[in-house]
Design a protein. Structure first.
Length: 474
């Protein structure tokens, strides 16, 4: 029996090793039991992205759910995660199942569970489903007649992309679906599930890596600088473009590039969104973010009288606050961002359109808008670096953190430390280093913020040398 563990972002495993038809059927059985416990005539939305076997795994989920008399709204083709999430809300379903490995390498696939409001399923409900997963799959999938399920409307093919398209175009009439009087855009969808929707929403844009490729050209579909080198060169040499937009494999994360191909990280995107929603549109609400996001977000929110709440890593923690409180926006340094104007779900396309609306409303370039934000916060650089390590090495470093061992990292003397979802060592009121183990990968994550890029890189260098020394001691 394979161990099925739901982490902060669902269950993921290697295709054909842990992520198999039998194990997917086990999870689907548990989802069916959960849905039936919620009321009569339950319905669940099911979708999949461009990864290998996605359609097969989605049909496996649909078979098991329908066998248990749970109605299934099944996408006939690959879709983005936000399409499934919005579909749950639009179709008034009990929940959703998305087959996706997110930004993981191509050998992975996974299952994300969605709640009735259109965001990640609540952690407590996810635990209930996890507890219902049987030890083995006892469903004879071959005996389930697909055509009979379709004819009985137990499985209903549903165009989730069209439902999403109509929603987006109704909310962004100045931009979505238009080819005239819009910025010149370049998109990198990283061979992911946004390959069809981008040409529909942005018919005048140039779309790169916009064909289906389950291997993602042998690169994890994660929009981070070292995986967007080709896209950056395109921005520099094939323009001019007003903005570059990169989306991850299931299009719930994004990154931006300026006309010169410079990477615009999520920290700066969050500042742009606060400046637009709170500064220009006068919207109110709490801003929810992770422990590893720039402290400049606090400074800008203070300027607009907004409360900032920091939560543990994982978008599910942000979504939980959104469901309970009056939240303007929530986002992480990874590029996972949700806005009050949408469902409680991260959505790279929706965020990109909001930034484009900001440019449209002001008539200003992305660089002018970034400069306006930095006038209020001051310049900064903030990044994350992952170090692959053995579990023993990670435990050694985290033990030192718990013991209060680190008083300085090279020339950077620690003034105070915060412990919450990791250890954050402050060197002054703006510059800091954070250490935490990944909850999903065997890496130690280091985060640093400096007054400029050189200072940030020096913090990383000092941290690396200090931690390497600790590992040599043991």
């Amino acid at each position: 029996m394979a161990n099925i563990h739901f982490g902060t972002d669902g269950w993921r495993d290697i295709i054909a090793a842990g992520f198999t038809v039998d194990n997917v059927a086990r999870v689907a059985w548990a989802v069916a039991q959960w849905a039936l416990s919620k009321g009569s005539d339950p319905a669940v939305v099911v979708g999949y992205d461009t990864r290998f076997g996605g359609k097969m795994f989605a049909e496996t989920v649909a078979k098991v759910l329908s066998l248990k008399n749970v109605k299934v709204y099944l996408s006939p083709d690959h879709v983005t995660t936000p399409m499934v999430s919005y579909g749950v809300k639009a179709l008034k379903a009990y929940g959703g199942v998305m087959i996706t490995g997110g930004y993981y390498p191509p050998q992975y696939n996974g299952i994300r569970l969605k709640g009735p409001l259109g965001g990640p399923l609540d952690s407590a409900e996810t635990k209930v489903i996890a507890s219902l997963v049987p030890e083995v799959n006892e469903v004879s999938l071959e005996s389930i007649r697909w055509d009979a399920r379709l004819s009985a409307d137990q499985i209903i093919y549903t165009d989730l992309e069209q439902i999403y398209f109509e929603h987006v175009t109704s909310r962004f009439p100045d931009l979505a679906g238009r080819s005239e009087d819009v910025p010149r855009l370049a998109f990198d969808v990283m061979y992911g599930a946004a390959d069809r929707i981008i040409p529909r929403l942005f018919p005048g844009a140039d779309c790169f890596h916009c064909e289906e490729n389950p291997t993602f050209h042998n690169m994890p579909p994660e929009p981070v600088p070292y995986r967007l080198i080709d896209f950056s060169e395109i921005m520099q040499h094939q323009g001019p473009y007003d903005l570059g937009i990169a989306l991850d494999g299931d299009a719930d994360r994004l990154a931006l590039l300026d006309p010169e191909g410079n990477f615009i990280d999520a920290h700066h995107i969050l500042l742009l969104l606060v400046n637009y929603l709170a500064g220009r549109k006068k919207m109110k609400g709490k801003v929810v973010t992770g422990f590893s996001t720039t402290v400049m977000l606090d400074k800008l929110c203070q300027h607009y009288g907004l409360e900032v709440q920091r939560v543990p890593a994982g978008f599910k923690a942000i979504s939980s606050v959104i469901r309970q409180d009056d939240v303007l926006m929530g986002g992480e340094e990874s590029g996972s961002i949700a806005l009050a104007t949408h469902i409680p779900e991260r959505d790279g396309i929706w965020v990109a359109l909001t930034i484009l609306q900001y440019m449209h409303d002001t008539g200003k370039s992305i660089r002018e808008l970034l400069d306006e934000a930095e006038k209020l916060t001051g310049p900064f650089a903030c990044e994350r670096v992952d170090f692959p390590m053995s579990q023993e090495e990670i435990r050694t470093i985290m033990k030192r953190c718990r013991e209060g061992y680190f008083e300085n990292f090279g020339p950077f003397r620690v003034t105070h430390t915060l412990e919450f979802d990791g250890y954050k060592y402050f060197f002054n009121d703006q510059e800091w280093l954070m250490i935490r183990p990944s909850g999903t990968e065997q890496v130690l994550r280091l985060y640093a913020e400096g007054k400029d890029r050189e200072r940030m890189e020096n913090i990383f260098k000092a941290a690396y040398e200090t931690l390497a020394g600790v590992l040599k001691e043991k």
